[in-house]
Design a protein around this ligand. Structure first.
Ligand code: PEP
Length: 249
């Protein structure tokens, strides 16, 4: 199975001209590595641009509203994303949890709205530093709880459409990624949980947190890791080219 690279541009780059150039450079680089699939989660205002709409199959939203429509200034719905040709959206990113106070209940509603609109959620879960310090056994309990709280109400036939991301909060925007063996162990545990509770035989689970051109080889050497969510490395064309080149498996 091909591994998946999801680029999370966050609130970058600053202009549409730079964004068009970043997208076309990223896709050129990606076209040279046939062993990976690719999605770019780009800032919402760029999704409606003609150059982006043309490449909608490579695009993802970075968020969606938990609501359908209405008096929610600044929000946008999953249906709106879908109407632009976008088929994926990140949900539950740690930055949304920290700065926009999103909790498991809100995230569960967002997942529901994604499915109603035909969008596949890219769902991020992961522990804080405090939990990680207590050891992997506790992290496993935490991840199991997070998954159950978020997707317990989701129809089983839809859960297989979720792209899961194990993204430890402390590794996002950090100096170093998690060590790949620990991530692989935790991702295996997530896969067992998803099988045990939701009957999912082969869920897709990515790793996210300080992935770059220097550590991708080691990360992709771990079989349970089905891909990565990359932030900073995806907006630096040189680093992204290195990441994709070293992502050959
Ligand atoms: C992210 O945005 O999800 C992320 C993992 O960022 P970074 O790669 O910069 O740590």
């Amino acid at each position: 199975m091909k591994k998946l690279i999801v680029a999370n541009w966050k609130m970058n780059p600053e202009t549409i001209a730079e964004a068009r150039s970043l997208l076309s450079r990223s896709l050129t680089v990606i076209s040279k590595n046939k062993s990976i699939d690719f999605l770019a989660a780009v800032p919402t205002p760029y999704l409606g641009d003609a150059a982006f709409k043309k490449r909608a199959k490579y695009l993802a939203g970075q968020n969606v509203s938990w609501a359908e429509n209405g008096a929610l200034t600044g929000e946008f719905s999953a249906k709106m994303l879908y109407s632009l040709g976008v088929k994926y959206a990140i949900v539950g990113h740690s930055e949304r949890r920290e700065y926009f106070f999103e909790n498991e209940e809100i995230i569960a509603k967002k997942i529901q709205k994604c499915f109603e609109a035909g969008i596949r959620p890219i769902l991020c879960v992961g522990e804080s530093t405090a939990i990680r310090r207590k050891g992997l056994d506790l992290v496993k309990i935490y991840l199991k709880d997070q998954l159950r709280q978020i997707i317990a109400g989701t129809e089983h036939s839809l859960i297989s459409k979720i792209v899961f991301v194990y993204e430890p909060v402390w590794a996002v925007g950090a100096e170093e990624a998690d060590d790949p063996e620990s991530s692989a162990e935790l991702i295996n545990h997530m896969k067992s949980t998803l099988k045990e509770f939701f009957g999912l035989p082969k869920p897709k689970v990515l790793y996210g947190g300080s992935v770059d051109g220097s550590n991708i080889r080691e990360i992709f050497a771990q079989k349970p890791i089905d891909g990565v969510l990359a932030g900073r490395a995806s907006i630096d064309p040189g680093e992204f080219a290195k990441l994709v080149k070293n992502a050959k498996i």
